[in-house]
Design a protein around this ligand. Structure first.
Ligand code: SAM
Length: 414
């Protein structure tokens, strides 16, 4: 059966996503993965993007505008000469996105209503970054769309993607099937709620803790998840195959620790065997191991161009940037560990990250502007640069792994 794009367009005319009621507050500080420029700089440009240069950004399937608002605000605070382009099938979503940008004074954004597949006609110049968040799940013909986006990427550019995770969404597609069998149309939110409320304890959706509080979610969220005319989820290996077929390569999943099961396995032999796998196979292993990844957030680049921001660990002028730990605050390290809440999508996992007597002082000194050398100089205890590097690398492995820290050669405000 061939894919009917008009069903998707009609659906998102009726249910603009995400739900951003008029008067929505918080846009002044809104920021998210994958469209956070600090993460894009780290995972696509190896932390070395020069923001004085022109930056061309495409938000493909931009919906009601979250990525546009976040990116627009960040490039404007940086004074970066950026060109921002938006495309979406839904004209109602575009209206909401335009209104939000207007309220923030973000000007010069080019808006297109239509298919991503046709955007090259209006916007043929290559893009440095393409935001493709939550859209691959609904495009119907994923390979065709990813192939097209790959042709629109600059040689050293990259794409930030959110794709639904197959295992983590266990049960969602059972509910979708039952609603389809009941003849539910995309407006039958009441029927969807009735079915969800009736599910027995043995049902896989009911067993999936990620969706335990569905009853409190707005109608748009219920419609999007259970009544969507085109919705599919992906395993890590499927995503790798789609990206590779388009001449792209997955550069990183975020948070990286979620895609590394070895840290949670006590048995040394098993851990060593996993460590020997290729990186992407370790990610495939970790997805099976955890079983609860409902959203894959990741960055892709052209094949063979995977950047390595970890190299900045050796640069005295590199700047560590935190995403949520406020400047001046630090955890308490006890018995070589400190607690950290790792956020991924709607979920949170409590971690115990490794630390030493220097960890708290290092974390406290990070303010998003100080270089590694400056942080080194603030520390008590006369650590040599080599000792500091070892101490900092420990902090970085933990906090970067948990999706909290990135590195950059220049400050990037929130
Ligand atoms: C779940 S929403 C995600 C919106 C936004 N990217 C976000 O994450 O907040 C999916 C969006 O993709 C758009 N879309 C789906 N297929 C498309 C296509 N082929 N071309 C353009 N837009 C498309 C829909 O109209 C909808 O606004």
């Amino acid at each position: 059966m061939s894919f009917d794009q008009s069903l998707v367009a009609t659906f998102y005319e009726k249910h603009p996503y995400p739900y951003r009621p008029s008067g929505n507050s918080g846009d002044e500080t809104l920021i998210g993965i994958p469209s956070d420029l600090r993460f894009i700089n780290h995972y696509v440009f190896g932390g070395r993007r020069d923001f004085k240069k022109k930056l061309r950004l495409l938000v493909a399937g931009g919906g009601t505008g979250d990525a546009l608002v976040g990116l627009g605000r960040q490039v404007s605070r940086l004074g970066c000469p950026a060109e921002l382009v938006y495309v979406d099938l839904s004209s109602r979503s575009r209206q909401i996105a335009e209104e939000r940008c207007r309220k923030l004074g973000l000007e010069g954004i080019r808006f297109h209503t239509g298919r991503i597949q046709d955007i090259a006609e209006a916007e043929p110049e290559p893009f440095d970054y393409i935001d493709f968040c939550g859209v691959i799940n609904h495009v119907g013909e994923q390979q065709e769309v990813v192939d097209l986006l790959a042709t629109l990427l600059a040689e050293d550019g990259g794409m930030g993607v959110m794709a639904y995770g197959q295992l983590g969404r266990t049960g969602v597609y059972h509910v979708q099937d039952m609603l389809r069998m009941s003849g539910a149309g995309h407006e039958d939110v009441k029927m969807a709620r009735a079915l969800l409320g009736a599910l027995p304890e043995t049902n896989w959706h009911r067993r999936n803790a990620i969706f335990a509080h569905t009853e409190n979610e707005p109608d748009v969220e219920i419609a999007d998840r259970y009544l969507n005319p085109a919705d599919r989820a992906f395993s890590v290996s499927e995503l790798r195959d789609i990206m590779n077929a388009a001449g792209l390569e997955i550069a990183a999943f975020v948070p990286p620790l979620l895609y590394d099961a070895a840290t949670e396995i006590a048995d040394r032999e098993l851990r060593e065997r996993i460590a020997k796998l290729a990186w992407i196979d370790r990610c495939i292993f970790a997805e099976l191991f955890h079983g609860d990844i409902a959203m894959h957030n990741f960055y892709v680049v052209k094949a063979g161009r995977r950047p390595d921001a970890d190299r900045l660990l050796g640069e005295k002028s590199a700047i560590p940037i935190m995403t949520s730990i406020p400047t001046g605050q630090a955890p308490t390290v006890a018995n070589g560990r400190y607690g950290f809440s790792m956020k991924f999508g709607p979920q949170i996992r409590q971690l115990a990250l490794p630390g030493t007597e220097h960890t708290a002082a290092i974390i406290r000194a990070i303010d998003g502007t100080k270089t590694l050398q400056q942080i080194h100089r603030t520390l008590p205890g006369n650590l040599s640069w080599r000792q500091f590097q070892r101490e900092f690398a420990l902090v970085y492995r933990g906090l970067n792994g948990a999706g909290e820290m990135v590195l950059s050669m220049s400050p990037i405000p929130r």
